[in-house]
Design a protein around this ligand. Structure first.
Ligand SMILES: Cc1cc2nc3c(=O)[nH]c(=O)nc-3n(C[C@H](O)[C@H](O)[C@H](O)COP(=O)(O)OP(=O)(O)OC[C@H]3O[C@@H](n4cnc5c(N)ncnc54)[C@H](O)[C@@H]3O)c2cc1C
Length: 463
């Protein structure tokens, strides 16, 4: 009987447990124990239901292109829970000199694939539009050295593109700044395009025909669950063996032991054959500090940023007055605290009754740190002030909820992939140890599901 410890009860750890439970039910002789330091499972997957609205405190959906989260839902019998984003209404605005400007049609991340909509868009100056034309002649370049997304984008399209698009788009996903994120880790496809085509514009145009054919049957851009993201975590939990799930069990240290590992919580230590550490990198570094100071050092060097989401509901009148589309992004140069707002009632109409507007506002990185010490009321005040300036929205919200997430989003800095290589090398020197979570190869929910299940498959292998 193989005994496996899973440390961390977020979606990464739960996915590992799901995989092991599935194997156990399939006849593999194993036992697992999941340790979670808090009183609840699911990590940052948290949903509240209020006034008919489904309010996501953490992730609100996941990209459909990465199949692992939706696959897990289907395996759990949640296929009928899956909902797609309402892409027919997909419009995103960028706050530009105080005005909301729609992102032009045909922009793939920051690469224009349609000349006219971008050419006439007030989002960019003529200088940037000229850079876009010139970019079509960008020579191929070997991606032998990593660089920041900001440097990469600026090289192709100039600084305005970094400020107006690359930075706000990445803030929404990583809570970080384009100047600090690795192009090879965060936008590997773009780094490849530069290597093969030189120009990103030409590479996209070459791929467009293929994408058009695919788009006819393409799934919606984002997928979520009708009852909210927390329901995914809850359903995984109902599938698992209850007595093997330990809450309020903060692991302090793990250590190699004759034929396996000792996992210590408070004064009690238990023996396992294998250990899956499914924690954010700083927490993983902390429990591994005695085992391998080098590995702990590499893990603690993965930076994390904090974020705050604020859910606000308004009445029918406000809903009718808001612009169509999914929401807006705020470039840092606009000098606001708010980084983004989603019109949830448009993006996922199932999440709000027809007479409600549901907004999800987002702070991250430096902006989140700045407002962190403030009370919830003060944070809501800042949100309302920004919404008033941006949307002319003065109405009193029907409810407002603030959710703070300390150091929850990993930042893949320049040369992240090299660091991963060193982490992997050091980990292999510690037989029976597997790592999962958002610190490594993707911070999205699908990536975390995949990392948890892969770690479990590795841990359950004999030897
Ligand atoms: C505000 C926000 C919005 C996001 N939006 C999206 C989105 O829309 N789409 C998307 O795909 N992704 C999104 N993400 C990213 C994604 O949700 C996370 O990367 C992912 O859920 C992380 O899961 P995890 O299990 O690796 O970590 P976590 O959810 O952080 O779970 C780790 C768990 O480990 C526990 N723990 C910590 N230390 C110990 C210890 N010593 N012993 C035992 N347990 C311990 C913690 O209590 C926690 O429950 C978002 C993240 C945040 C914070």
């Amino acid at each position: 009987m193989t005994r496996i410890a899973i440390i961390g009860g977020g979606i990464s750890g739960l996915s590992a447990a799901f995989e092991l439970e599935q194997q156990r039910r399939g006849g593999v002789e194993l036992e697992y124990v999941l340790y979670e330091s808090s009183s609840s499972l699911g990590g940052v997957l948290r949903t509240e239901h209020m006034d008919g609205c489904t309010v996501e405190a953490g992730p609100d959906s996941f990209v459909s292109e990465k199949p692992w989260a939706a696959d897990l839902c289907r395996e759990l019998g949640l296929g009928d829970q899956l909902i797609g984003s309402n892409d027919a209404d997909r419009k995103t605005y960028i706050l530009t000199h105080g005005r909301l400007i729609e992102m032009p049609d045909g922009l793939m991340f920051m690469v224009p694939t349609k000349i006219l909509p971008t050419g006439f868009s007030p989002l960019f100056s003529w200088k940037t539009k000229l850079r876009m034309m010139r970019e079509l002649y960008h020579p191929p370049r070997a991606a032998d050295q990593d660089e920041s997304v900001a440097v990469f984008v600026e090289r192709h399209y100039g600084p305005e593109m970094v400020d107006r698009l690359a930075d706000p788009l990445l803030s929404g996903v990583y809570g970080g700044e384009a100047a600090n994120l690795s192009v090879r880790a965060v936008l590997p496809r773009f780094a490849d395009m530069e290597r093969t085509h030189g120009s990103l514009g030409r590479a996209m145009l070459a791929a467009r025909k293929k994408m058009k054919a695919m788009r006819k049957s393409a799934p919606p851009l984002f997928t979520s669950l009708k009852s909210g993201m927390q329901y995914l975590a809850e359903t995984v939990v109902t599938y698992l063996t209850p007595e093997w799930l330990l809450k309020n069990a903060p692991v302090e240290v793990i250590e190699p032991q004759e034929g396996g590992w000792a996992v210590s919580v408070r004064a009690e230590s238990n023996h396992f054959d294998k250990v899956i550490v499914a924690l954010p990198a700083p927490a993983a570094a902390q429990i591994l500090r005695n085992v391998s100071p080098e590995l702990a050092h590499e893990l603690s060097a993965v930076q994390y940023s904090s974020s705050i989401t604020v859910g606000l509901a308004f009445d029918r009148e406000v809903r009718q007055s808001l612009p169509p589309g999914f929401g807006f992004l705020v470039p840092r140069s606009e000098g606001k605290q708010l980084l983004a707002a989603t019109f949830v009632h448009n993006k996922f109409p199932h999440r709000a009754p027809e007479d409600r507007a549901l907004l999800r506002c987002f702070f991250a990185g430096v902006n989140a740190e700045t407002v962190w010490p403030l009370s919830d009321e003060q944070i809501v005040g800042i949100v309302r002030n920004d919404l008033q300036q941006i949307l002319g929205l003065r109405a009193e919200p029907l409810f407002a909820r603030v959710y703070k997430w300390k150091s929850a989003m990993a930042q893949y800095g320049v040369r992240h992939l090299e660091r991963l290589g060193r982490i992997e090398h050091l980990r292999r020197q510690l037989p029976g140890l597997a790592l999962a979570g958002n610190a490594y190869r993707g911070i999205g929910v699908p990536d975390c599901v995949r990392s948890g299940r892969d770690a479990a498959r590795e841990a359950s292998k004999s030897g």
